[in-house]
Every structure is written in structure tokens, then in C-alpha cells.
Design a protein around this ligand. Structure first.
Ligand code: HXC
Length: 520
């Protein structure tokens, strides 16, 4: 006998209810007891209310090994779909740890691939909520194949749509490499982990004893390895900050630069900055204070805040225009460029360039960090990444030299010569091959030879003073047109907003090529 419409509807309702349960109530309780939300709860908290549309809710795996045919969860352990964040369309997937520890099999991978294809074709950001024990062991090579298909799509999507990963549980093996290829990684303190192999394997192979937290916890990846970009105190904080990041990102590449009006006037004077940069060029100051002063409503979202702190990268708006800010931090290591700061900033610059976000570069840099650790570590190769990234960028670029711009680092930090559009300097700007002390020791070696004691000190001081008069200012560069304007610090915000408005339609094409060969 055929089923009635009523019976068919109630079957659908039953299946929908079943799908909500994932791996069952006991495992949901375990998830909650660990301070974690379920896969569906995370989606509901991340998206605008009632905006979620789920795909593939009834997908099941075909695996028959190890008795797997007896365990079937509707949706196969990952929830996928589309929705909105602050009105902006996104695609997303959320791994369900209550089903086989979120481990990935072929049906599960196909669901993720489908949602990624949807995102790429429709030019909307894709967000992955990761909570997974890696490849589903029972599915063998099929789960490896599934991962590879996702990795391949991560690469196809790179530079086309923003890709964001939220790590919200233990992510091992294959579960870390897809996030690693996305643009931004959020981690939750004490409940999220990323490692290629866990502590047990480490102990067997290298005999190192290390806890899960030390090996791959949120602090490790935000402070030491630089794998993660945002360290969040709990899951609510993580979901809230992901929404905040989304507000700074366009939906895809080739979007036009637009202005979003707000209540912070571009004519607001930065009176705090009038005498902010210390006269003594050896004295540190906090570059973040300059950033906070000039951006709209003091809203600055810093990326990789706890890694390579000698450079600052993050998003803000000036005069309603979104900008990516890259700034040397003279308060840490005197703001010099080293391996970590170069790679951190290079990746950030390339993200902004790929997604048409103008770059604002603030410069106070004494040069590259010298020493064997840096040279053996490949500072030449890594420093070249930042030089490459700024040089290939075609987005509007505004550079402001607040104080030092010495040596190769002057060239690297979005100088006029590598195609920045507008180069500004404060009256405190110093642009030279090197600082006065080092320069005098080299070029006046003969004059200083044979002098001792007071005579040496007096002569050296005189030579340093002359050098500083000659070079410790922005006017030589301004005379050559390498600096377009020397500005009063209190006018910084106004100037930047004005220039951004003129640059918004910038259109520069580079020679046609398959791709460049950035030093890796
Ligand atoms: C199948 C898995 C699984 C996996 C966990 N489970 N990992 N099932 N395949 N990879 C299951 C468990 O059997 C358990 O099932 C449930 O998930 C929860 O796991 P627990 O161990 O109880 O949870 P917890 O103590 O929180 O530990 C989580 C964990 C741990 C750290 C993720 O489970 C773990 O170390 N798993 C293995 C990680 C791993 O080595 N993965 C393979 C990586 S190789 P029940 O039924 O009890 O709920 C890989 C290759 C891809 O990914 C490479 C591509 C480049």
C-alpha cells in the first residue's frame, strides 16, 4: 500500500530530527562537557539567525570494512551549506566530532568538495569549522583521496575567494593541511590542537616528551610556529572574531574598492601624533598607537598579533575604505626585519593584493637583523619574500615613513621604487643607507684612525652630527621625488583618507605569465 502524503512528511521530519543528533546524545554531552559546541550549534552561532541552508543532510558512506556498514550517521559527520554573516553570503562546512571523531571519509570529503565548488563558482568566502581526528581509518585510501581532493580545491580557491579556518578541536594528520592552505586560521585556547602527528608518535620517533598543548595548542601556533592568525579565549570569542574578520573581506577577487561611510570624520586631527615620534631615534615607541589614532573609530583587527611582533599586520578602515596595514614596530627588536616578520608580512601583503584591499605601510625600520642565526636560517631567501610581495602588488599602496628607513629595508617596505603610489614622510623621517654611527665608522675610518680618548670622541661626535644633518631627514628623498610629501603628523588621517579616495580606481596590469616564482 502506498504511503500517504502525511506519512511521507512525517518520515522527512523524523529523518531531519535524526540528522540533528549526529553521533548521539552521549557524545554530544561529552562535547559540551569539554567546553565545545556541536557542529550545528557552531553554525547557528556563526551565521545570521535563520540564514542557514543545509546541503546533503542525508548523505551516508558506502564503507563496509571493519563493520562500518553497521554505523551510519545521517550527513556522514560533516554539516555543509550556505548562509549569511552580517548580510554577506558565505559557504561553510562544520565537522562533527560526535561522528567517528569528525574523521574524514569519501562521502564526507565529497560534501566538502561540493560546497567549495559552490563557493568558487559563486564567488563567496568559504569557512571551514574543523574538529577532526583526520583520515577515517576504516576507509583507508579513500579517505586519503578525499583529503587530496579538498587540498586541490584549496589551491584552486586561493586568491579567488577568501578561505577561513576555525580550529575548534583536535585536528590531526590530514585535518591540518587543508586549513594550512587557507588564508586565516583561528584557534581556541585549550580546546583546539593542530599537529601532523600527536605526542605519542613524537615520543616514539624522536623520544621527546611533549604535551598536546605544547606540541600543537593555540598558544604554540599563535606565538611560536606562526601557523595560526587568531588566538581566541573560547568558542564564542572565536565565532565572534570570525564574523569581525569577514566584515573586512570582500567576497571574492576582482571586487571594486568601495567606501562605507561611517561617523568618524576624515578631518579629525591626530593631535596626539604631533610630537609622538621621539626625537632621539634610539628611543622606542609603540607604532600601534599611531595606527589606532588614524583608523576609523579606532577599530583595528590585528592578524598574528603574538607572532613576529616586530611587524604589525591587520585590517582597518580609513575614511570608510578598507585597508591592510603593515607596520614596523620599533618597540620590538627596534622594528628590524627578520625571518619571521618578513614571511608574516609577505603573506599578508599577498592576501591584500589578491583581494584588492589597499595597503597602508608604516615604516620605522633600522634594517635587516644581522647575525648567524638569521643568515643560516635564510634571511636572504625569506626577506626576499616581502620584497617580492610588495613588488608584485598592484593594489593602491600608500607608505608613510615615521622615522627610520634604512638600507635594503627602505627599499623593501613599499618604497616608491617598487611601485608604491604615494610615499609620505613625517619631518622625523630618516632615509639613509645606514644609521649615523655605523656609517661614520666606515666612511670616516681614516679620519678617526690614530685618534684616542677625548679627541676620538669629539671627532666622532662631530662626524655623526654632520651625517645626521645630511641624511637624518626626509628632504633628500623628497628632493628626488622618492617622497611625494612631507606631512605634519597631526594630519596623517586626513591625508591618507584623501589619497585613498584618489587611488580607488587604480588599474595596473603586469606582463602576462603563468605565475611568478616567489622565493620559498
Ligand atoms: C576513525 C576515529 C579517528 C580516525 C578518532 N576516531 N579518530 N575514527 N578514524 N582517524 C574515533 C574514535 O574511535 C572515537 O570513536 C571517536 O572518534 C572519538 O575519539 P577519542 O579518541 O575518544 O577522542 P579524544 O580522546 O578526544 O581524542 C581525539 C584524537 C584521537 C586526538 C583526534 O582520537 C586521535 O589521536 N585520533 C587519531 C588521529 C590520527 O592519527 N588520525 C589519522 C591521521 S593520518 P567512538 O566510537 O568511541 O566515539 C591522516 C592522513 C591524511 O590524516 C594525510 C593527508 C596529507
Amino acid at each position: 500500500m502506498a504511503f500517504t502524503n502525511e506519512e511521507k512528511r512525517s518520515y522527512l521530519q523524523e529523518q531531519n530530527q535524526q540528522a540533528r543528533l549526529g553521533g548521539g546524545e552521549a557524545r554530544i554531552k561529552r562535547q559540551h562537557d569539554q567546553g565545545k559546541y556541536t557542529a550545528l550549534e557552531r553554525i547557528e552561532k556563526l551565521l545570521d539567525p535563520n540564514s542557514f541552508i543545509e546541503f546533503d543532510k542525508f548523505v551516508k558512506h558506502n564503507c563496509t570494512s571493519f563493520g562500518m556498514e553497521k554505523t551510519q550517521y545521517l550527513g556522514d559527520g560533516v554539516i555543509t551549506g550556505i548562509g549569511k554573516i552580517n548580510g554577506k553570503q558565505v559557504a561553510l562546512f562544520s565537522q562533527d566530532f560526535t561522528c567517528w571523531g569528525g574523521a574524514l571519509g569519501m562521502a564526507y570529503a565529497k560534501k566538502i568538495c561540493k560546497i567549495m565548488d559552490f563557493a568558487i563558482e559563486n564567488k563567496i568566502p568559504v569557512i571551514g569549522i574543523n574538529d577532526s581526528g583526520g583520515a577515517r581509518i576504516q576507509e583507508g585510501v579513500e579517505s586519503l583521496a578525499g583529503y587530496a581532493e579538498i587540498f586541490h580545491r584549496n589551491v584552486q580557491a586561493s586568491g579567488v575567494i577568501p578561505q577561513i579556518s576555525l580550529i575548534m578541536g583536535p585536528c590531526a594528520g590530514g585535518a591540518v593541511y587543508s586549513p594550512a592552505m587557507t588564508d586565516f586560521i583561528f584557534m581556541v585556547d585549550k580546546t583546539s590542537y593542530m599537529f601532523v602527528t600527536g605526542p605519542e608518535v613524537v615520543k616514539t620517533v624522536t623520544h621527546e616528551e611533549v604535551t598536546k598543548d605544547e606540541l600543537g595548542g593555540a598558544s604554540t601556533h599563535n606565538e611560536k610556529s606562526g601557523v595560526a592568525h587568531f588566538l581566541c579565549s573560547d568558542e564564542d570569542d572565536c565565532l565572534e572574531r570570525a564574523r569581525e574578520l569577514l566584515s573586512f573581506l570582500p567576497s571574492g577577487n576582482f571586487t571594486k574598492i568601495t567606501q562605507e561611510k561611517n561617523n568618524d570624520s576624515i578631518n579629525r586631527e591626530n593631535s596626539k601624533l604631533k610630537d609622538f615620534v621621539p626625537v632621539n631615534s634610539k628611543k622606542p615607541y609603540d607604532m600601534k598607537e599611531i595606527i589606532m589614532e588614524i583608523v576609523d573609530n579606532n577599530h583595528f583587527l590585528e592578524s598574528q598579533k603574538d607572532f613576529a611582533k616586530n611587524i604589525i599586520c591587520g585590517f582597518a578602515r580609513v575614511g570608510g575604505y578598507k585597508v591592510g596595514i603593515v607596520a614596523n614596530q620599533p618597540a620590538i627588536l627596534a622594528g628590524c626585519l627578520d625571518i619571521d616578520s618578513s614571511t608574516k608580512a609577505a603573506r599578508f601583503v599577498r592576501f591584500c593584493d589578491a583581494f584588492n584591499i589597499p595597503l597602508l605601510t608604516l615604516v620605522d625600520v633600522p634594517g635587516f637583523l644581522p647575525g648567524t642565526t638569521q643568515e643560516y636560517g635564510g634571511i636572504i631567501r625569506h626577506g626576499a619574500k616581502l620584497l617580492y610581495a610588495f613588488s608584485e602588488a598592484t593594489v593602491p599602496m600608500i607608505t608613510l615613513i615615521t622615522r627610520k628607513a634604512y638600507g635594503g629595508a627602505y627599499d623593501v617596505m613599499a618604497s616608491k621604487h617598487i611601485d608604491a603610489d604615494i610615499n609620505l614622510a613625517y619631518p622625523t623621517g630618516e632615509i639613509a643607507v645606514m644609521g649615523a654611527d655605523g656609517a661614520v665608522n666606515i666612511i670616516f675610518r681614516n679620519e678617526l684612525k690614530g685618534l684616542e680618548g677625548d679627541a676620538f670622541d669629539k671627532k666622532k661626535a662631530e662626524l655623526v652630527e654632520n651625517y645626521e644633518k645630511e641624511f637624518a631627514n626626509p628632504y633628500k628623498a623628497a628632493a628626488l621625488g622618492y617622497v611625494d610629501e612631507v606631512i605634519y603628523p597631526e594630519q596623517t588621517r586626513t591625508k591618507i583618507a584623501q589619497y585613498l579616495d584618489f587611488l580607488k580606481n587604480k588599474d595596473v596590469q603586469r606582463p602576462n605569465r603563468k605565475h611568478g616564482n616567489i622565493p620559498l
